[in-house]
Design a protein. Structure first.
Length: 267
């Protein structure tokens, strides 16, 4: 995988949808290496949460990225500042795959993928429109930054069965929440390396750990080892001098028996 093309070179991959009647799902927008759209289903719950999916279709041989790609790549982001009665949006991510291209190791997907989105409405009793600017990278041998502004009206066709099925399937495909019997625990630091123990049922064959950098942290690919019947990951880490406030760092543990996601406390 080569470095990203300059953003200016990808101007053809930037789209704006506006005007006309809006549906509860945006049209597919064709981009180099695939296409993207945004889907919502049903109505917001009593707390104003509206469920949706960023639907990414990839052409054969093309890939896209997890929440933290690693040394190279563009993580997906969503900006809802042009929306009406929508005050927040958060993306969730299925378990990623580890990719090596001879120079970089990175986390992402080599198949079409749906990223669940939770939109937060300011007032769930009032109408809302979603104007979401999506930014992500899609790559083959060269990575293309893709920017697409997608507009929809979740009230236009609520409870559309195809949309409901897509949203439900995407959410069902997320890693389960980590538990004391399936997850990771921090062992400590070995120099600049973070050491964690991975606890999970079944064989360690194929097990992998993905930790998302944030707030001054940076990580290289974890190195797996087994000692006394236990599985450990040693993670080369750069960290701030003082741990920040907050819950911690997102991780996903992938095993032959399934995947879980959780939070590593800041260290």
């Amino acid at each position: 995988m080569k470095m990203l093309r300059p953003l200016a070179a990808s101007a053809a991959a930037s789209f704006l949808l506006c005007g006309g009647a809006l549906a509860s799902s945006s049209p597919w927008i064709e981009v180099e290496g695939g296409s993207v759209r945004l889907v919502t289903s049903g109505r917001p719950d009593a707390e104003g949460r509206l469920q949706g999916v960023l639907d990414i279709k990839l052409s054969p041989g093309w890939k896209t990225y997890w929440r933290d790609p690693g040394a190279a790549g563009v993580p997906p982001t969503i900006d809802i500042s042009t929306s009406r009665n929508v005050v927040g949006a958060s993306l969730d991510f299925p378990a990623p795959e580890r990719h090596h291209d001879g120079t970089f190791s990175w986390a992402g997907y080599s198949r079409p993928v749906g990223l669940p989105v939770t939109f937060q409405l300011d007032d769930p009793t009032l109408p809302a429109t979603v104007g979401a600017t999506i930014f992500l990278g899609i790559c083959e041998t060269i990575c293309v930054p893709v920017k697409a502004t997608l507009a929809l009206d979740p009230d236009a066709d609520p409870d559309n069965p195809d949309d409901v099925a897509l949203v439900s399937s995407a959410r069902a495909g997320l890693p389960a929440p980590a538990t004391p019997d399936f997850g990771v625990r921090v062992v400590g630091m070995e120099g600049k390396n973070l050491v964690v123990e991975a606890i999970f049922p079944g064989s360690a064959d194929g097990a992998d750990l993905f930790v998302a950098a944030d707030n001054g942290y940076a990580f290289e690919e974890p190195k797996k080892s087994e000692r006394d019947g236990r599985t450990y990951f040693t993670i080369p880490a750069v960290r701030p001098d003082t741990p920040p406030e907050g819950d911690g760092l997102h991780y996903t543990l992938v095993t032959a028996g399934g995947a879980v996601s959780g939070i590593l406390p800041y260290f």
